[in-house]
Design a protein around this ligand. Structure first.
Ligand code: ATP
Length: 236
């Protein structure tokens, strides 16, 4: 049922002012329990899709529904949606924990120790959370930023290129973090331009090319063992 589905995208189309069609009739669904990768090379239309989902852009045609609610610019942001679209804006002289708390205060929502504990556990930050951010690796900064998006435990978590610049062990950790997050009936949508990263971190994939969806489904069916869609992606 649509009211219980984290994300339903139907016939999404976005034309920019100059007439350029960035997103051209996109359909896909994100179900609870799934970690979905929105995969495509630069210019495929991923960022345009995510910005529309954030209510930053008005679609030219079609719609995005989050738990049945149509996303429109100007409407209040749904509390069931949590997103990280830009890179981490962290204060280097504060600890990771203080950054999290400060961020949460800025949202004006009540603080819950239990919620903080859950996010710190899922994001697997360990004792490092009490160290100053300026001493963090890129991967650790990325994890704090993702923890910010997880605060409030939104049922749909949206992350723009969360594995960008991470090394293989950090990508493996990211997989665990995202799967743990989604395993509790929540869902995650991540964008990526790297096939291998989606293969390693996601359960499902939506492959975009030049504004269109050229393949979607379970990662194991869509990617790997010389599949047709992998070939399509590699040819781009
Ligand atoms: P990237 O990984 O580089 O962000 P992407 O898949 O996210 O790529 P988009 O950023 O959505 O792709 O861009 C899709 C296409 O739309 C690109 O060709 C881009 O040049 C074009 N585009 C994006 N924003 C605008 C704009 N404001 N006006 C005109 N064209 C735009």
């Amino acid at each position: 049922e649509i009211a219980d589905t984290p994300l339903v995208v139907r016939g999404l189309r976005k034309t920019y002012g100059d007439g350029f069609v960035a997103v051209d009739g996109v359909d896909f669904t994100v179900e609870r329990g799934q970690v979905v990768g929105l995969l495509g090379p630069n210019g495929a239309g991923k960022t345009t899709s995510l910005r529309t989902l954030m209510g930053l852009l008005q679609p030219t045609e079609g719609e995005m529904r989050v738990f049945g609610h149509k996303v429109t610019p100007g409407a209040p942001v749904l509390s069931r949606l949590g997103a990280l679209v830009e890179g981490p804006g962290l204060l280097p002289h504060l600890s990771g924990m203080d950054n999290l708390k400060l961020y949460w205060r800025s949202t004006g929502r009540p603080e819950s120790e239990a919620e903080f504990d859950t996010v710190v556990r899922i994001a697997d930050l360990g004792d490092r959370i009490h160290r100053k951010v300026r001493k963090y690796s890129h991967g650790m900064k990325q994890r704090i930023a993702i923890a910010q998006a997880m605060l409030g435990l939104p049922e749909l978590l949206v992350l723009d290129e969360p594995t960008d610049g991470l090394d293989p062990p950090q990508i493996a950790e990211m997989r665990r973090v995202l799967h743990d997050y989604a395993s509790d009936g929540r869902a995650v949508l991540v964008s990526s331009h790297l096939l291998a990263e989606v293969e390693q971190t996601c359960t499902h994939v939506v492959v975009m090319s030049r504004g269109r969806v050229v393949g979607k489904g379970e990662v194991k069916d869509v990617i790997g063992s010389g599949g047709r869609l992998e070939d399509a992606f590699l040819e781009l």
